[in-house]
Write a new protein. Structure first.
Length: 100
């Protein structure tokens, strides 16, 4: 297992080819890129919740944790399964029903 804690990032934090990693920005990080990673928890601050985005590929067991209004830690999975289909001649993608 590996843990990375940093203050802030100007553009992004990239995690590539890892297993069982924890990442925490103690301030703001606009984007997290997760590639070929199995088992990651990204910890967000209250300030980062509204501004952080995630780009993922070939990864599994991805979760995001953040404090709620009462200070309790909440956690949610980052979807790794999608449904793709043609709609009106265009390919569309939706998160699998497993995550709803």
């Amino acid at each position: 297992k590996c843990g990375v804690v940093f203050d802030a990032a100007i553009s992004a934090c990239e995690v590539v080819n890892c297993k069982s990693v924890q990442v925490q920005a103690t301030n703001v990080c606009p984007s997290f890129s997760i590639d070929k990673t199995d088992g990651i928890v990204v910890y967000l601050t209250n300030e980062a919740i509204a501004t952080s985005s995630f780009v993922t590929s070939k990864s599994s067991e991805m979760n995001v944790s953040w404090p709620d209004d009462k200070g309790e830690i909440k956690e949610a999975p980052i979807p790794e399964q999608f449904m793709h289909k043609f709609v009106n001649g265009k390919m569309t993608s939706q998160v699998s029903d497993l995550y709803h």
